[in-house]
Design a protein. Sequence first.
Lengths: 477, 517
Amino acid sequence: MTADLMLIWPELILTIGGLITLMIGTFLGDRQVGLYQLSALLTLAAAAAAVVALFGVETTVFSGTLSVDGFGGFAKLLIYAASFVSILIAPRFFSGTMRAEYPTLILFAALGMGIMASSRDLMTLYVGLELNSLAAYVLASFMRTDDRSSEAGLKYFVLGALASGMLLYGISLLYGFTGTTDFAGIAKVLGGELNIGLIFGIVFVLAGLGFKISAVPFHMWTPDVYEGAPTPVTTFFASAPKVAAMALMTRVVIDAMGPAVGAWQQIIIFLALASIILGAVGAIGQKNIKRLLAYSSINNVGFMLIGLAAGTQQGVEGVLTYLLVYVVTTLGAFLVVLQLRDADGNQIESIPALAGLSQRRPGLAASMAVFMFSLAGIPPLFGFWPKYLVFEAAVNANLVPLAVAGIVASVIGAFYYIAIIKKMYFDDKSDTEIPAGGGVIVEDAVITASALWLSVIGYLFIPVLAVVSASAAAVLF
Amino acid sequence: MSGFPILSLMLAVPTVAAILCLFVGDRMSRFVALGATLATFVLGCVMWAQFDIGGAQWQFTERADLFGRFQYALGIDGMALMLIMLSVFLMPLCILASWDAIKQRVGLYMAMFLVMETIMIGVFCAQDLLLFYIFFEAGLIPMYFIIGIWGGANRIYAAFKFFLYTLLGSVLMLIAIIAMIHEAGTTDIPTLLVYNFPPEMQIWLWLAFFASLAVKMPMWPVHTWLPDAHVQAPTAGSMILAGVLLKLGAYGFIRFMMPMFPDASAQLMWIVFGLSMIAVVYTSLVALVQSDMKKLIAYSSVAHMAIVTAGLFAFNQQGIEGALIIMLSHGVVSAALFFCVGVIYDRLHTREIDRYGGLAVNMPAYALFFMLFTMASIGLPGTSGFVGEFLSLAGIYEASSWVAFVCTTGIILGAAYMLYLYRRVVFGELTKDDVKAMPDLNPREWAVLAPLAAVALWMGVYPESFLAPMRGDVTTVVARLAPAKPAGDAHLAAGKPKPAKAHGETTHGSSHAGGVQ
């Protein structure tokens, strides 16, 4: 048992750090923003360091319910990085109303997501998922006095509970028909004859997880929650939980359902194509930039699922690379949205107000253009590369029709991305003044760094990425 | 061949200048852009001078394993050299052409043009399939901005149409590229050029490439983005679009589709011939009834490109050489024609043909240049157009006399619409007051038109300068296609020529031998 504890340092650090942050908030008051921010950020940094220290270890702990491996490590690093940025940007947004619950909840959500990414058992899967979800429900309604925020929280909770119900139902079916909750044990049974109960189990588990990654047709909550939640929280929702849920989905599909390819592959293919197409079409009419980015995330999840549908190691590598690039792009895009404030300091979320942004804030508009072209996957921006990888995996797995359908649908997606660029560059200046931001160097630095990385510079990292993602993906095969 | 990375330098100069342009302000950025494009042009000339005709197929090669999965591999053969020369030659002229016409956000404009130049050089010198695709697609971004920001009234529609249309075409090519890399296990273009893909796979790959390149080309019926894009783009944008970007499609045909999928090319050549024949006649007729000058020239571009595709798929030396010369000639001539339109558009701010007339009286120098380029577009002997059209039609005739017959009709129609345009704009009575007030060419316009005219004449009088570097490569392609080549219907029999004079023959024969290896 103690030996096991030595292997879950990241989780331990997050638990303790979360509690410390909570104590600071409780006993020193919510005014001590610097202090609890620092505590939360240090916790995340320490947890990330622990993950790095554990790299190369490949084992399971607590009777095989939780695994410690490179795949989980990769996902955790991404989750912690995204959480780090989400905490970093909060104080300026909430200004007077910042409370210590924010970093605390994010820490606990990160803890839950780490467990999701490394679970090897349906029970740990569910515990991790719920730990993350409960924190997320509260975060969505963090601005108690704001109607939209409360609505977002409630909506997220109700639909999330429904999804959890479906997931649990699927879990119970899988358990009932296989007699185990262990991924490896389930895989063994699925390798044999499939009966209707097992297939129902697979469908319900995938449906529940599909909700978490907001794949179509389980995406309905995404635009509303993204729009209603405070922008730093939306930034968080769009990045870290996507990584965790996608990693979890990959693990469940490859580890637990691996042998029953015929059963899950068509579901994943359907989710992928439906997400790409609906994510693209739904985005076209949007007038709110956060809603648009919500649809964009649905669209991008579809592309990741193409890599997953291949069911090969190459496909999983593609998914991991995609997650990394997606997180960087999403963080950058939301940071740009955070900087959009009118002269009175109110947040600007309407897309028409972006008109002529390139003349008011050339740097910001250029970064946003990079993020948009990158999300659309237009080379030479780095967003092209993960798309290439997932399509390559699909073609190599003999899923050429899927690849063709996906890539043709990506052109629909390109339409609304370039429509944003059109607003910023082609249109005349809107009436809304967007003065230069409050001069938060950290935000500018993150935006600049991610924009530069997503321009051609990212390609120089392909050799490193290839090695890292390959070693992480190899764990599952 | 000193090992000096001249291609990398040619990619770096415009890139650095582009970044510089964003920061130095409007006035300075013009000079930065002009300086950088001229420097790149000089580098291009140095490269041409050092190019070893009849030497190794791939020269100035560079290779660095920067990207892991694919390589930073550059290198050129004669065809790429000529197309790079065309790009770097047109670029400074484009900058000059927009010197006064562009008044807003000049820094961004110049930066976009310089990025465009980098991308074009990159497309032609990429030796890695993925690197090629990245450059190929990247061209959409600057062109989208150029049309969308500095274009005409309906620019946003045109920019969207251009972007989405060409993107839709090229994504299918990406899937084909992935399949090719999977099959051949390499991204190296020289290796892929001699790799024999299974014939049934070739058909699919060919169709996917065709979907992309036919849009870029553009071939009938997917040409509709071109007139919109041309009409709305600023003058220099049209120049570069017609001058170089349209050549990307043809370059893709001869570089990838024909040598990589010879069997499929032979089997599906009827598609290319059929579409080309329709395009030649149909777009020429459409051009005949246009009232907008830019639209007319845009449709004439489609017609010229159709002769290029037909010439390429003739599968013989003359046809392909002729097609390549048309590409170069059309690059120079259509850029010049668009500039000619730009000159009078800057003065009167309309492209309506009926608003002009009688320009020969008050703008004699302009009328002279316009006349020269009109004739070059028609293909009058002595101009660049003649050489290309004659060679390619001779080649096409060898492959199929019917195609040659229809394509020749297109040339007659071409003479009709160009001369009709010229008559309406330049001749006739000088009655309109605002037209009377138009001054003749200024020194800047002279500086743009004179080099274009010189090259158009040079190419018409001594095309050997341009053909010599490409001949070996064409021979290689023809040899690669030979096993799959269908018999033509012309049944040409060799005559009994008199013993040839010494002139030119020696170089001709030796480069043939060099190319076949």
